[in-house]
Design a protein around this ligand. Structure first.
Ligand code: SF4
Ligand code: SF4
Length: 127
């Protein structure tokens, strides 16, 4: 945190609108069965103060975290990069997401339609 080091804080980047369910393409995400948490059997519940329902293991917790649909936030799936017919999507490298070259973009909207998490907004051009 810059302010803990006595440095000036960066200006907060304005947040985008939340992506509603209608903007998601859930068929891109796989189904996954619910994690089963261990339960203490009845006899042991009556004879101890042990937790009745066990927690998740580290592996299970990481698995559950991967259910995140990343609504409205690019997770670098490369879909837009792959579907753009005009090579208008430029890859900036891992962690840096993508840039759009508006000189090449014809506004077909394929990238926005195929983005799994609704991270792309189509905005009317102003001339
Ligand atoms: S709107 Fe069409 S042309 Fe423009 S970046 Fe998206 S897919 Fe490519
Ligand atoms: S903007 Fe959407 S389609 Fe493009 S890489 Fe990010 S998540 Fe995938």
């Amino acid at each position: 945190m810059p302010w803990l080091r006595g440095e000036a804080t960066e200006t907060a980047v304005p947040k985008h609108e939340p992506a509603t369910f209608e903007r998601l393409n859930p068929w891109y995400y796989s189904d996954a069965p619910a994690t089963v948490r261990p339960l203490l059997d009845l006899a042991r519940r009556q004879s101890s103060f042990d937790e009745v329902q066990g927690g998740l293991t580290e592996g299970n917790a990481l698995f559950e975290a991967r259910r995140c649909l990343s609504c409205g936030n690019c997770f670098e799936c490369d879909n837009c990069y792959g579907v753009c017919p005009d090579n208008a999507v430029i890859k900036l490298g891992p962690g840096w997401r993508f840039q759009f070259n508006y000189d090449y973009c014809k506004g077909c909207g394929l990238c926005a339609a195929e983005c799994p998490c609704g991270a792309i907004d189509m905005v009317d051009e102003t001339v």
